[in-house]
Design a protein around this ligand. Structure first.
Ligand code: GUN
Length: 293
């Protein structure tokens, strides 16, 4: 089994990006600028946004973190989005999800200027992605394709089984991998909670992408010998037996599946750091007006 080291690949890409950002700063006299809006105090969201802000510093971006109270109204959030849309110094911004229940995520996503939508969540970017047109790719699927490329994992003609159909991972990665492209041309099966015979479908997979948000869901008897396993899950499980009272696990039962897989991503240190890389690359493209004028 070979470990797919997302942490190392992310560090390598961020290091290269830093040099490109230095050159951009010299020629343009400014730094790329990413803003993030965090509503409430969800611990996982705070950690993710903290990593994004930290990465901005590492690659030489300016960053602005806007923290809003958990009971912020939808109108107040939409107003904040309008200010960022209109701020010429902000190249791109994200609204960290999930949002509190009283806020409509669709309305919020639609309010973001698609030219600054570096998360690639706006339906305009999503539609362009589905048609293979220049766009901001959603950060996690983008990061996964970079990992596949970096490890020379052939996808053409392979059977990829994606588990989970979320708007931000399962659905877009299944579209990307099935398109005619460098990390595409795969035959993709998108499975979900209503799928029948999941085990038999998974046993026919050359590549498994697990993005369901259920800790250790994919067991070793669901994976064929030699399959490649990409684990997108980041689940915190609590137990007094762990050093700090909790630990992070993926959607894949890593300790057992590792003996079946030919290659596998760990959690943490697999896909997670690559999501941040996807976001950094999108922000740099936004600053350079590479995707949209
Ligand atoms: N919540 C979980 N993943 C993401 C992400 O990539 N971007 C945002 N904005 N929220 C998320």
């Amino acid at each position: 089994m070979k470990l797919i080291d997302g942490k190392a690949v992310a560090a390598e890409i961020k290091n290269n990006l830093k040099h490109e950002v230095d050159a951009y700063r010299l020629s343009s006299g400014r730094s790329p600028h990413l803003a993030a809006i965090l509503v409430g105090d969800n611990p996982a969201s705070q950690a993710y946004v903290g990593n994004k802000v930290k990465s901005c510093g590492e690659v030489g971006f300016n960053s602005t973190l806007i923290r809003l109270d958990a009971n912020t109204s939808e109108d107040a959030l939409l107003h904040q989005i309008k200010l960022l849309n209109e701020d010429p110094d902000i190249d791109g911004f994200i609204v960290q999800l999930p949002l509190p229940d009283h806020i409509d995520e669709v309305k919020v996503t639609l309010a973001i200027d698609y030219k600054k939508d570096v998360d690639g969540f706006h339906p305009y970017n999503f539609g362009r992605m589905a048609q293979g047109l220049p766009c901001f790719l959603p950060a996690t699927p983008y990061g996964i394709t970079l990992l596949l490329e970096r490890y020379n994992i052939e996808t053409a003609g392979k059977h990829v089984v994606v588990v989970g159909r979320s708007n931000i991972v399962g659905t877009p990665i299944s579209i990307l991998l099935s398109r005619k492209s460098k990390t595409g041309d795969a035959t993709v099966t998108l499975t979900h909670s209503k799928t029948k015979n999941l085990q038999s479908i998974l046993l026919k997979a050359d590549i498994i992408i697990a993005a369901i948000g259920i800790p250790n869901f994919i067991k070793d008897d669901m994976v064929s010998q030699g399959a490649i396993v990409i684990d997108v899950g980041i689940n915190r499980i609590e137990s007094e037996s762990y050093t700090n009272g909790s630990k992070l696990v993926g959607d894949v039962d890593f300790e057992h599946v590792r003996y079946k897989a030919s290659m596998i991503t760990p959690v943490p240190g697999g896909v997670g750091p690559m999501t941040v890389v996807g976001l950094m690359l999108n922000t740099f493209k936004a600053a350079k007006k590479e995707v949209y004028q």
